[in-house]
Unconditional design. Structure first.
Length: 404
């Protein structure tokens, strides 16, 4: 397959819930810079090799913003989706402004702060698991634990009421739309979300709490070294979406990957010290992570020997890159002891995931508590019956049926 012979539809269709599409290995081997058609009908360039994906993600010349007239639209809706939206431009994209934003917000996502939150996370996980057990087997691990745990944690960090979690879930789904929702429904949902966060920030100004948004408000505006009001609002929206959607899905996928091959679960029961490396390996081998990260090339470049002109929209498939045999020995094997594990699940460079310490801690805590409380946990359906979430920019499983 050469770059000019075939134009694939992207995301590449795949029925298997936990396994990668066969095309990934073929693309890495023969066509690492491939032309693809997006849900919008626009053309983009797909990268699947580890070094190529890392190179582009770490290069500050390439922007995550797809607001240039010749940038590809991702979503099937007329506006092209979140990366093409006006909202995406409000959080600074690069340079000192972006670093300043990361410093202000990132103080709440340090590994030290996450370690301090561990006991709280563990108690939430225990309570949720107890509720699932009381309801009886089979249960849905995603609905019972995977979804509510990250929501409770991020809501607490932002000072927003967790009982609104179903609304957050719907609003974030519309923001992450590829093909599921129509333009009118998306616009209505985003207007509701925007108003909700505006009202929440007004309440925080009147009565500050010990939370991230109150601290951002207290820092003052740009003239005081803080953020503009609209930046705080969009930061709150972005953290609510990112802080629950990806981790909620990853909890379900990680546990499914471990239970799909019982020897993995048994190995963890025998040696819980493997939890940290197991979480990293589950992140690396997640074959259902979603769309990947788009980048718009503001100047021409060369990737894998192929010239990419200025104005190209590139899709970096971290999930495909994480199975590259040139970067990982025995790359298709789930190795619970793999270390080091320089996977790209959280991106690379200046835009690597701000909340990765939070996600890692939540995933580790989930495994710690599940192994202790439900050692006999198993999938309640054959792995072939697990179904993927469709139509959104994030990947996940619709349900994770389990028994114990």
């Amino acid at each position: 397959m050469s770059a000019n012979e075939q134009v694939l539809n992207y995301p590449i269709p795949n029925d298997a819930a936990l396994d990668p599409p066969a095309e990934w290995a073929e693309l890495r081997g023969k066509c690492p810079v491939a032309h693809v058609t997006l849900p919008s009908g626009d053309q983009a360039t797909l990268l699947t090799r580890y070094e190529d994906v890392k190179q582009v993600l770490a290069d500050p010349r390439f922007t995550r913003l797809l607001n240039a007239p010749d940038a590809a639209r991702l979503s099937a809706t007329e506006d092209g989706g979140l990366f093409n939206s006006e909202m995406a431009t409000i959080i600074p994209d690069g340079g000192e402004e972006h670093q300043h934003w990361r410093r202000l917000v990132g103080k709440w996502f340090t590994a030290k702060r996450m370690n301090a939150l561990r006991p709280v996370m563990a108690q939430i996980a225990e309570d949720l698991i107890d509720d699932m057990v009381r309801s009886g087997a089979p249960g849905d691990l995603k609905a019972s634990l995977g979804f509510p745990l990250p929501v409770y944690v991020i809501c607490d960090m932002l000072g927003v009421p967790a009982e609104d979690r179903d609304r957050f879930s719907y609003w974030s789904d519309t923001l992450l739309n590829l093909t599921r929702y129509g333009k009118e429904e998306i616009e209505a949902a985003q207007a509701e979300f925007f108003q909700y966060m505006s009202d929440h920030l007004a309440a925080k100004r009147a009565e500050p709490g010990e939370d991230l948004l109150s601290e951002l408000i207290a820092a003052g505006g740009p003239e005081d070294g803080g953020l503009a009001d609209i930046q705080i609002l969009v930061t709150g929206m972005a953290l609510l979406v990112a802080g629950h959607e990806t981790t909620a899905n990853m909890i379900g996928k990680m546990v499914s990957m471990l239970l799909a091959d019982r020897s993995r679960w048994e190995a963890l029961l025998a040696d819980p010290k493997l939890i940290r490396t197991t979480v990293e390996e589950a992140l690396r081998l997640d074959a259902n992570s979603g769309f990947g990260l788009p980048r718009y090339l503001r100047e021409e470049t060369e990737v894998s020997g192929e010239h990419l002109p200025k104005g190209t929209t590139v899709i970096c498939s971290m999930a495909a890159a994480n199975r590259d045999v040139s970067a990982f020995e025995d790359a298709e094997r789930f190795d619970l002891t793999r270390s080091p594990n320089p996977h790209l699940a959280f991106g690379a460079g200046a835009h690597s995931c701000l909340g990765q310490a939070l996600a890692r801690t939540e995933l580790q805590v989930v495994l710690e508590v599940l192994l202790r409380k439900l050692p006999s946990l198993e999938l309640a359906v054959p792995v072939e019956e697990l179904e993927r979430v469709e139509g959104l920019a994030v990947g996940g499983l619709r349900t994770v049926p389990v028994r114990w």
